[in-house]
Design a protein around this ligand. Sequence first.
Ligand SMILES: Nc1ncnc2c1ncn2[C@@H]1O[C@H](COP(=O)(O)OP(=O)(O)OP(=O)(O)O)[C@@H](O)[C@H]1O
Ligand SMILES: [Mg+2]
Length: 333
Amino acid sequence: MCNLKSDHVCSQRIKMERIAAFLCALIFVTAKGIIDLVANEPLLKLQLPGIRHLKSGKVREIFDLGDSLLMVATDRISAFDCVMPNGIPRKGEVLTQISHFWFQRFAAMIPNHLLARADDPLPAMLQPYQALLERRSMIVKKAQPLAIECVVRGYLAGSAWHEYFNAQTVCGIKLPDDLMEASELPEPIFTPATKAQSGHDENISFKRAEQIVGVDLARQARDASLKLYANARRYARDRGIIIADTKFEFGMFAGQMILIDEVLTPDSSRFWPADRYEPGQSQPSFDKQFVRDYLETLAWNKTPPAPPLPPDVVQKTQEKYFEAYTRLTGRSL
Ligand SMILES: Nc1ncnc2c1ncn2[C@@H]1O[C@H](COP(=O)(O)OP(=O)(O)OP(=O)(O)O)[C@@H](O)[C@H]1O
Ligand SMILES: [Mg+2]
């Protein structure tokens, strides 16, 4: 029981306890905020001391492991072939895990460049970098990439729509005259492009692709691309995603053509929500179309340096990548 004097001490103690509880809550909220912030920090650059860096792509860092390559997908995002100054947190994980998913699905259809499965432990020399590399890296065969990008289109979008609008052709292929933006094509078409070292890739005719890589390889790459696209498109459609188009890369390894790079990710494909599909206009999507649409609102001339993406564009883009991953794989990140 508190008497008059101890009443005062009691209320002081209660006050102190409340302040302590408040401070604890504050520390907890701040610490959680900092942890969330760090976890949500995009990985834009990467150095692995002791591991030989081979090259940087727009999105990936490639390291030489001797007999194999280590490909690490950063969180960088490019649009109109320019890398944005800020990234999309965890995007590299999404790209790598979606690629693993398709490599596994296609394993019986075509050999690929993977030397380790998604959940295999890293080799000893990479163990110190486990936290950094986990879920965003692949150990792959050293292939000789074909000098063409193997694009398959099932719907009319992007540069194909622009070419069709002006000339009724796509990469020189004549199409029916009643198509609209985002129309489904009568059948999927193979529309190769050059692999530009810098700047924009350029659409080319199949004849030109044959000249670049040779008739036999061009045909093999075309047939494989159309077969993989048809398979993936059926699978994705059942999960509410239209794969409007995609780009495959193939490489030569031990005299054989194999599937390399990333496969059917939101970076290399246009993914549209099937329930909102409405031809005649640009489609909502689970890929970087959202970033492209934002950039189109600016007076930017699509040459470096690219403008920074505002936080809401970063967040919405991240949500779209996550949703693509979940819909396709049935798992959440
Ligand atoms: N197994 C492999 N062996 C050799 N090179 C590979 C392999 N898989 C992918 N690559 C190459 O690694 C690079 C991947 O990096 P990234 O995706 O960041 O490049 P990019 O910006 O798309 O540019 P690029 O036009 O060169 O593809 C590509 O150049 C691709 O051709
Ligand atoms: Mg690439």
